[in-house]
Structures are given as C-alpha cells and as structure tokens.
Design a protein around this ligand. Sequence first.
Ligand code: IMP
Ligand code: MG
Length: 171
Amino acid sequence: MEIGKKLFTTRKIQSKVKELAQRISSDYEGKEIFAVGVLKGAAIFFADLIRAITVPLTFDFIIASSYKKMETTGYVNIYGDLREDITGKHVLLVEDIIDTGLTLKFLREKLIERNPQSLRTCVFLDKKERRIVDVPIDYTGFEIPDKYVVGYGLDCESKFRNLPYIAFLEP
Ligand code: IMP
Ligand code: MG
C-alpha cells in the first residue's frame, strides 16, 4: 500500500481544527470540559484540538480498537480505560474518524453508564455512507467518501500516522 492523492493539506486541517475549537469553546462557555481522546488514531487531532479550546479543560485517554488491517472486526476492544472518574463532568469524546459507528456507539454507552453530567462527541472525519449504527455526533470536521485514508493520526497497519496531511491509500 502506498500513499495516494492528498485529501486535506496541513493548512486545511489546521483551519478546520480552529473552527471546531471555536464552536466547542463557545458552546461550553462557563463550563469545564473533560476531554476523552480515543487512542491511537485521535492522538494527533486531539492534541491540536485541545490546545485551541479556550474554556478550562482536563483530559484523559481511552485505548480502543475494532480494526484488523483495513477492515472492521465488528466488535470493539478496550485496551486501556480512563483513570479518572467522569461522574458529573462535561465529557467530550474525541475520535479521529467515524465509519460504521460501532466504536463510538460502544464507547458512548460505556461512558454514559458512569453518569457524566453531559456527553458530546467530536470526530474529525465522517464516512457517513458507511454507517451501520446510529450515533449522535455533535462536532464533525469533514465528511469524506468511502475510501481508506491515512495520516494525521490515521494508520494502515500502524504506518502513516505521522503524516502531517490526510491522503488516500493506493494499492
Ligand atoms: P467504526 O467503528 O467502524 O466507526 O470505525 C472507527 C475506527 O476505524 C476509527 O477509530 C479508525 O481507527 C478506524 N478507521 C475507519 N476508517 C478508517 C480509515 O479510512 N483510515 C484509518 N482508520 C480508519
Ligand atoms: Mg480509532
């Protein structure tokens, strides 16, 4: 597999991150956010996003995966859980990409059981046409076509996460 055509440049990514952070900051005015990043994919987006958010914020990570190579396995594994209690907090769950929706649906349900005061979801990329379960998404960066993408945290067999742009993958 090789890196194909560029989908989003670093510049385009940065301006979208800024726009999302501004919307989030104004929606949470007067509140404190507890941001939860889903590793590993969301790590890069998460780091950029939280630094652009202007309301008080603390964060933690959850490690989850439903993918083997380039296909979803259909069920989600949690490899590492939050270390902090989210009861009564305004939780913002941050993911790199939503595809079938299985990962986010599973994580949302897992977090809701712990009684946060509120729970919203933020995804950088949305492959809408691939959705098989319904999940409410509060903040979306870009909608993209049903094609595999890498870079800006997204991988193919652990590679390409460090690309500063997002590109299609070509066989
Ligand atoms: P879902 O559970 O099917 O919604 O899949 C979400 C997860 O699949 C994301 O957190 C990504 O890790 C992974 N994923 C889905 N599509 C892509 C892609 O195009 N490139 C890289 N990872 C992807
Ligand atoms: Mg992921």
